[in-house]
Design a protein around this ligand. Sequence first.
Ligand SMILES: [Cu+2]
Length: 509
Amino acid sequence: MALDSPSTTSTTTNPTWYATIRNMFNTMDVSHMRAQGIDLANYNDVKNHAGDIYQQVAAGNMPPGAPWPPTSVATFLTWMNNGYPKGQPSRALLTTNLATQRSRPETRIRKDITTLTPPELDLLKTAFTAIMAKSSTDPDSYFVQAGYHWYPAPNTYCMHHVPGYNPWHRAYMLSFENALRSVPGCEQLTLPYWDITTPFPEVLKSPPFASYTLPEAVSPDYPQGYVTQRFDYATIQQNLLNYGVTADINRALTKTDWEDFNGFFAGAAYNTIIAAHDSGHNSIGPTMQDQGVAAFDPVFWFFHCNWDRLFWLWQSKVGATDLNGLISTINKETDPLSYQIFTDSSLEALNPFSGAPLHLKTTNIIDSVNSLHVGYEISPTFAASDTLPKTQISAFASEKLLVDTTRVNVSVQGVNRLKIPGSFSVHLLKDGKVIASKGFFQPVEVEQCATCVENAIVRFDFELPLESVAGGRLSVWVEPVNKSFVGDRFPNKLMGNPTIEVHLLMSTE
Ligand SMILES: [Cu+2]
C-alpha cells in the first residue's frame, strides 16, 4: 500500500479510503493496533473508530514517535465530514505493481499459452507426458495432483463458493507447477494460462492436453480406463458466450471490494469471478462439469491458471498484493469469515498444501510475486481498464445515491443447491426465451460436502439493460447437468421454491 502514499505537505480535498486514507497508516501502526483489536488496514474499523483515531492523531499521540503533520490530520477530518467515502484506488497502482514483478529476476512469469515458442511448448508437452506416466502413488504424478480436487477419495478440500476459493487454488496451481518441474529438464518451466475470453487454444486440442485416461478407478462412475470428455469446440465457444463469462470477468475487474470481486458469499451478487469460474466449468464438458473429476481434464490447469492470473491482476489493480492491502478491501462487518481466514492463524491452513513441502497458507499466498515468486505476463490493454463506481441494490441511508435507470439486476434467490445432485445452470427467460444464463459448479455428492452444506442456499444475479427485461414475462429454468434424476428441468418445489427479484441499480460514488 505504501506505493500509493498521499501527500504529506498538502491537504487532500476529496480524500477517499482507497486513494488516501488506507495509506496513512504504516505497517507498524497497523500491527500495533491490530493486537489491540482495532484494524487500521480495514475500512469498517477505521470508520467505526474514526472519532478516537482523529483525537489521537490531532493530539500528536499517534502514531507513537512519528506524529502526523497537520495536513494529514486535516485530510482525515475532511474524510470523516464527507461521510467516509470509499472511492477508487489510484490508477497508477497497476502499472507500478506489474513493473515490480518484471524487475524480480527470480519471478516465474506465467504466459498466455498461445504465445509460447515451439521449444517452450515442447518442454510443456514433455513435462505433462512425464507426470501422466508417473505411478499413481507418486506425489508428483498427474493422478495424485488432479486427485486433490475431489476423487479418488471424498475429501475435505472442496474450496468453492467460500472466501478461501482463490487462495486455495493459488496454492493448488503452485503444487501442480512444481510437479511439472520435477521432470528432469523442466526445472524452469512455468504453467501457462488460457485467457478464457479468447478461443479455446488449438494446442490444447491434441495430446497430451486433449484428454487423460484414468490409470485406476476413482469412483464407481469413473472406472479405470475412463477417458476425460469435452463438448465439441464450437459448443464450448457458444456456451461461454451464452453464460456471459467474459462479461462477468470484466465486471469483476471493475470491483474494488473483495466480496464484489469474488461474488456469491457475504451477500455479494453472483455475477463476477466465482460465477464466471462456475460457468466456465459447465461450458467445457462432462468431465469439467463434475467437481469430482474436473481436474483430470488437462484443460483444468490452464483454465485455473487463468483464474489465478485474474486474482493477481485484481490484487495489483486495487493495491491488495499484501496482507494489509487485501484487508483494506474486505468488509469485515458483513463478511467476518473473509477477515478471519487472513487474520486468525487457526483458519489460515490451505490443506493439503499447508504441510511439507509447500507450507502454504492464506497469508503467504497473498503476495504472489514476493512470497511465491510467481507472476503473470499481462497484456498492456488491462493496464488501461478502469475501476467503476460500485453498483448495488441497497445502501445505507447516510450515503448519497445515484440511481441508474438504464440497468437492472434480476436476482434468482433461495435455490437450495443441496437438492440438486451435481452442477447445474440457471436460465432467465423472457416470454419463454432464454435471455441470460449462469452456471453453478458442485459435486454430485453435494450433501456430503461440508463446505457445500454450510452454503446451501444460493442466488444468481443477472445485470441487464432495463429494456431487455421490460414488457415481457420473466421466468426461470434450472437445468441440471445430470439429467438422469428429474430430466432437464429441475422442479422449483424440490429446490426450496426460489424467488425472482428485480432491482434498479444504484451507485454511491
Ligand atoms: Cu475450478
